[in-house]
Design a protein. Structure first.
Length: 81
């Protein structure tokens, strides 16, 4: 699985530019998501990071994060490598 993060550069407006390699499944999902929602790749990745940060921060302090699919509640678990 390709997960390498390439070089980073800070552009004048304070935004950090990062080059990321994605595996085929992640790239396909990103293309599908941006096509369905009309958001840019940048915005889609910002949203994904915001969700990841929320889950990570919540579970780090012992808060359960639950998903309700209408039939059952599922607990999200963060796995640290």
């Amino acid at each position: 699985m390709a997960e390498a993060i390439g070089e980073t550069a800070t552009v004048p407006d304070g935004v950090t530019r990062i080059s990321v390699n994605l595996n085929a499944e992640a790239a396909d999902f990103l293309r599908d998501y941006t096509g369905r929602t009309g958001v840019s790749y940048t915005e889609a990745i910002r949203r994904a990071i915001a969700v990841f940060k929320f889950v990570s921060d919540s579970t780090a302090v012992g808060t359960d994060v639950l998903v309700d699919d209408g039939r059952q509640l599922k607990k999200l678990v963060m796995v640290d490598d």
